[in-house]
Design a protein around this ligand. Structure first.
Ligand code: 2AM
Length: 172
């Protein structure tokens, strides 16, 4: 199975992200838009993993949940080439969570991307637009209360994500 570790969003945040995708479409953008139920923030991408690796990933996820819930706010939009994303406001607790989760996963034997963590929520890939896109991400904040281990499957050509394990932060 293809696994990754992520933070999922409550409905108001999902709505704000859908609003941003609607702005893209309204400006004539075409591309491979993220299905609303798939919106997430990746903390670490694990790739193809067997049953033993899956148990190791669950242990790593559990090992970083002894922290308090923390607030996250959407902040701005940007792109990596033709991939457009919504950002998050600079958050020390988020950076610490990503760092600790990646360290715990590496300690369990996963080899992860070495690039610095750049928190982003992918809105659309392979975007083509007739004019430079101007996006205004609505204000939305939420309390991050758990970390999720996700499985990615392509079923009949449709990308589907399933939460296969989650660990709640202390006090959440
Ligand atoms: P992206 O949205 O920035 O592409 C599930 O595929 C998640 O893992 C996506 O959010 C994706 O991030 C991230 N990811 C990171 N590295 C990946 C890779 N090599 N292949 C696929 N997804 C990757």
């Amino acid at each position: 199975m293809r696994l990754f570790v992520a933070i999922l969003f409550p409905e108001p945040v999902r709505k704000a992200l859908m609003d941003t995708m609607a702005q893209m479409r309204a400006q004539g953008a075409h591309g491979n838009f993220t299905r609303p139920e798939n919106l997430h923030l990746t903390l670490a991408f694990l790739g193809e993993t067997g049953a033993e690796g899956c148990r190791a990933a669950m242990r790593a996820v559990d090992s970083v949940c002894g922290r308090a819930p923390f607030s996250l706010s959407l902040g701005g939009a940007g792109r990596f080439g033709a991939l457009w994303w919504a950002g998050l406001q600079n958050s020390a607790p988020l950076a610490a969570l990503a760092r600790d989760a990646q360290a715990a996963l590496r300690a369990e034997g996963f080899s992860l991307d070495r690039r610095p963590f750049q928190p982003h929520i992918t809105l659309a890939r392979q975007v083509e637009a007739p004019v430079p896109l101007r996006l205004c991400v609505p204000r939305a904040s939420f309390s991050a209360e758990r970390i999720s281990l996700m499985r990615s499957d392509r079923i009949n050509g449709v990308l589907r994500y399933a939460e296969i394990h989650a660990a709640s932060f202390r006090g959440a």
